[in-house]
Design a binder for this molecule. Structure first.
Ligand code: BGC
Length: 826
């Protein structure tokens, strides 16, 4: 067994030497959608990859093998707590191993450049330093357990519009200080074993063949891992293979393979370049324990119990919630006999996660309504939707469907060949299932799905399906659809994850089950062996006026109203950007109408990224939950009743109105998206605008309330001999309960500077916890890099001889007077 580093490198090189060119090249492309090839000749087993980042989906895309659904990245970032990330990372690694996964495709550390970014929920922050700190913590946490993390998407994949082709134009300094910075930290400090190159171009070259893959990633930063492509990003052979791109996913058919062998033989691609890629792959294999001659770097993590998973996820979800307003209404003690009106579609169908490749399939999601009923008592919690959400097909849940043939729980699926003979069959646990790289999908001419469904209540039901291909859909033998369902546009990921739905209104009785069947000749988008089917129901509503009236009446008859509002799958997901930040479907009106009849109204916002809240100043309490993962409802109840303090501080600025947003544009022009704002994104842009008299944001970066109050003392800042700065400040809990605070340190330059600089920038923070009345000392180490800028003339980091000063406080706009940095002590 090889473990010693220099000896290991020699061993890996010797293994590579045993391989022919064909064998080497074969290893560089996917064997399937999620796996790489094995090579028994050198004791290499197949390496399995999986999305990520907020949980581990595994290789199936349905409910057969459920996954823990973690809070999304904006939620995790709102905790600012690397210790929480360490524990989440341990869970991710354990989930990965339990599912046979070696590589988790996360974290995502693109930046919140514009609030319109469709995958905003999947990235941490608008601040490059904070993103890097949290990303590196994620990488370290997962890899400590011998599972690889993947820093993605390298680089400038900060929005989704035309993501496969857009040419992001960004100047050298901005690239270094802003967009590359989190990746640098994940490599240099986190020690990431993989980096995923992104779909887009940067400054004229597609990222899967971009010079940035070598310089700075591999040469300057010393990245010794492998660069994996984003799925289907590599479409050429010579250019991408000659670049720093190492692995091409998915397989088995890629632009490399035999074409690359020929290109090497023809002298178009250097054989040494292939050897370097193979060595990187073998290094990855050694790290994740896929080489039988190398001892794994870590012991196999033990599986977590369900109770352990649920307890951590509930704790983190609550710690991520940001209380942005509270006139004293919160917390609401359940013992007081309070009657709660729980209002809003999101209260019953809260969004635990964002859409797209980050989706996982948890066994259970606790809705806000269920969580509040559990804590406040079923009888004291009333519910009304208040609005009619956009239609969504919800899969038949476990135990609502049985196989009509045997009565066993689940949905029966039969695979038929061209002659109509069934060659296989199986039972799926719910009405949501699919196939990924499953050879039966290619072999089946027809797939037959049957289920017996028992509705929970009498009345009008809306039953339907979603999938792609030729379908015949029947209920109790009656044909309701005979059609060919095609994707809505040419985004392959969207077509796979969200095939169009068809639904039908039917009167049903709860005592009388109905037989449902779907006969499908699947259509495979982009030719990939992937298909997804949902059989289920849409919620049925009255008229908008009836729904609103019902909610208003309930609110008027209750002591406290909790209105849960939020975004939808069609607003925040992968593959497209947001066109607006307003809450959809009349939810603003719902808040106002409820507030008008019940002044004790709490608004809970369930979104992954910013929304505008025109009622913010009128509502007594407003809580942001992000996409909090599967334990949403329990965590929300803990926070509202005061069992737990909302621990979050906002990691990205929220605007009061769309018109105020400094960086709005995500649409390429002539294929180009210019990052004209340079280094001034997020709060840096807001501060510059404020200096020009423009409106302040609704919620400034770093802001959030808890259930206690704090006094921050006079900070002291001392420069150390290595150029770092130590900041020390006393923080007193002045309230009457224990709490958490995030003390932040920002740098700025006093006096003139020849360098274009942000008004101030985050350079350190400390998560402090203190008992009521207790004073604790917060210590923050500001790194030398925080005082440097990237010189595009000299192509290096420089420290301008100017005077830097430090401000300490509770948000980017709630800070102490500037503190001078004392010179280094001798
Ligand atoms: C996404 C990646 C993801 C990959 C595999 C791509 O569309 O951009 O983040 O890891 O699909 O699902």
């Amino acid at each position: 067994m090889h473990t010693d580093a220099p000896e290991l490198e020699g061993h890996l090189a010797a293994l590579a030497d045993k391989l022919s060119l064909e064998q080497k090249v074969r290893l560089l492309s996917g064997a399937s959608i999620w796996s790489l090839h094995e090579e028994p000749a050198i004791g290499l087993r197949s390496i399995v990859m999986s999305d990520g980042p907020s949980g581990v989906r595994g290789v199936s895309m349905d409910d057969r093998d459920p996954s823990a659904s973690l809070p999304s990245a904006t939620a995790v970032a709102a905790t600012w707590d690397v210790d929480k990330i360490r524990r989440l990372g341990a869970l991710i690694a354990a989930e990965a191993r339990a599912k046979g996964v070696d590589v988790v495709l996360g974290p995502t550390v693109n930046l919140h450049r514009s609030p319109r970014g469709g995958r905003h929920f999947e990235s941490f922050s608008e601040d490059p330093w904070l993103s890097g700190v949290l990303g590196a913590a994620y990488v370290r946490a997962v890899q400590a357990h011998g599972v690889a993390a993947t820093a993605k998407h390298y680089v400038a994949n900060d929005s989704e519009t035309d993501r496969f082709t857009v040419d992001v134009r960004v100047d050298e300094r901005t690239l270094r200080e802003v967009y590359l910075a989190p990746f640098e930290r994940m490599v240099a400090e986190g020690g990431a074993w993989l980096v995923m190159s992104s779909y887009n171009q940067v400054n004229g070259a597609t990222m899967s063949a971009n010079p940035l893959l070598r310089e700075p990633l591999k040469d300057e930063w010393g990245f010794d891992g492998a660069v994996v492509s984003d799925w289907t990003a590599v479409r050429d052979t010579v250019e991408s293979a000659s670049s720093g791109q190492d692995l091409v996913m998915p397989g088995p058919d890629t632009a490399w393979g035999e074409a690359l062998v020929r290109a090497v033989r023809a002298g178009q691609v250097d054989a040494a370049v292939i050897d370097d890629k193979v060595l990187r792959l073998l290094r990855l294999a050694a790290r994740v324990g896929a080489l039988d001659s190398v001892a794994p770097v870590a012991d196999q993590p033990a599986p977590w119990s369900n109770a352990e998973i649920r307890s951590l996820l509930r704790e983190v979800a609550a710690d991520a919630m940001v209380l942005v307003r509270n006139d004293g209404l919160l917390p609401v003690a359940p013992a007081a006999g309070t009657r709660l009106a729980v209002i809003g579609h999101h209260a019953r169908r809260g969004r635990n996660q964002g859409g797209g490749s980050a989706m996982v399939f948890p066994e259970v999601v606790v809705s806000p309504l269920d969580g509040l009923r559990e804590t406040f008592g079923e009888a004291r919690v009333g519910y009304a939707a208040g609005v009619i959400p956009e239609p969504e097909l919800y899969a038949f849940e476990r135990n609502s469907v049985v196989d009509p043939a045997t009565g066993a729980a689940g949905v029966r699926v039969r695979y038929l060949d061209a002659e109509g003979t069934a060659f296989d069959e199986e039972i799926f646990p719910t009405g949501r299932f699919g196939w990924l790289g499953d050879e039966r999908l290619a072999r089946a001419a027809t797939i037959e799905v049957t289920a017996r469904y028992t509705p929970a209540a009498d009345g009008l039901h809306r039953i339907g399906f979603s999938c792609l291909g030729e379908v015949v859909f029947r209920v109790d033998g009656r044909v309701l659809s005979s059609d060919t369902v095609r994707p809505e546009d040419d985004d392959v990921v969207k077509a796979i994850m969200h095939p169009p739905a068809q639904v039908f209104d039917i009167e049903l009785e709860s005592v009388r089950p109905v037989d449902i069947s779907l006969t499908l000749r699947p259509e495979l988008p982009g030719g990939f062996p992937i298909a997804r089917v949902t059989l289920g129901t849409e919620d049925v509503y009255g008229t908008p006026a009836q729904e609103l009236e019902r909610a208003v009446r309930l609110a008027a008859d209750s002591d406290v109203a909790v209105v849960v509002v939020g975004t939808t799958e069609n607003l925040e997901s992968e593959g497209f950007d947001r066109s607006a930040l307003a809450l959809p479907e009349g939810q603003d009106e719902l808040v106002r109408r409820v507030l008008a009849v019940n002044p004790r109204t709490v608004v809970v916002v369930n979104s992954g990224g910013p929304v505008v809240m025109p009622w913010l100043e009128e509502v007594p309490a407003v809580l942001l939950t992000w996409f909090p993962g599967q334990e949403f409802g329990g965590a929300l109840a803990d926070v509202l009743c005061g069992a737990t303090e909302p621990g979050g501080r906002i990691p990205t600025t929220w605007a009061a109105a769309e018109a105020d947003v400094p960086v709005w544009d995500v649409e390429p022009r002539d294929g180009r998206l210019d990052y004209t704002e340079g280094i001034h994104l997020g709060y840096r842009a807001w501060l510059r605008l404020a200096a020009g008299g423009r409106p302040a944001p609704a919620i400034p970066f770093g802001y959030g309330l808890g259930y206690t109050t704090w006094r921050i003392g006079e900070p002291e800042a001392v420069e150390n001999s290595d150029g770092s700065v130590s900041v020390v400040v006393d923080v007193a809990n002045t309230g009457d309960r224990a709490g958490k605070h995030v003390v932040q340190a920002y740098l700025s330059v006093s006096g003139p500077s020849a360098v274009d600089r942000p008004v101030r920038w985050l350079a350190g923070y400390a998560v402090v916890r203190a008992e009521a009345g207790q004073t604790v000392t917060a210590r923050m180490e500001i790194e030398p890099r925080a005082l440097r800028h990237w010189s595009a003339e000299r192509h290096e980091w420089l420290r301008e001889p100017v005077t830097f000063e430090v401000r300490v406080g509770s948000s980017v706009t709630d800070l102490s007077a500037p503190t001078a940095i004392s010179p280094a002590r001798r």
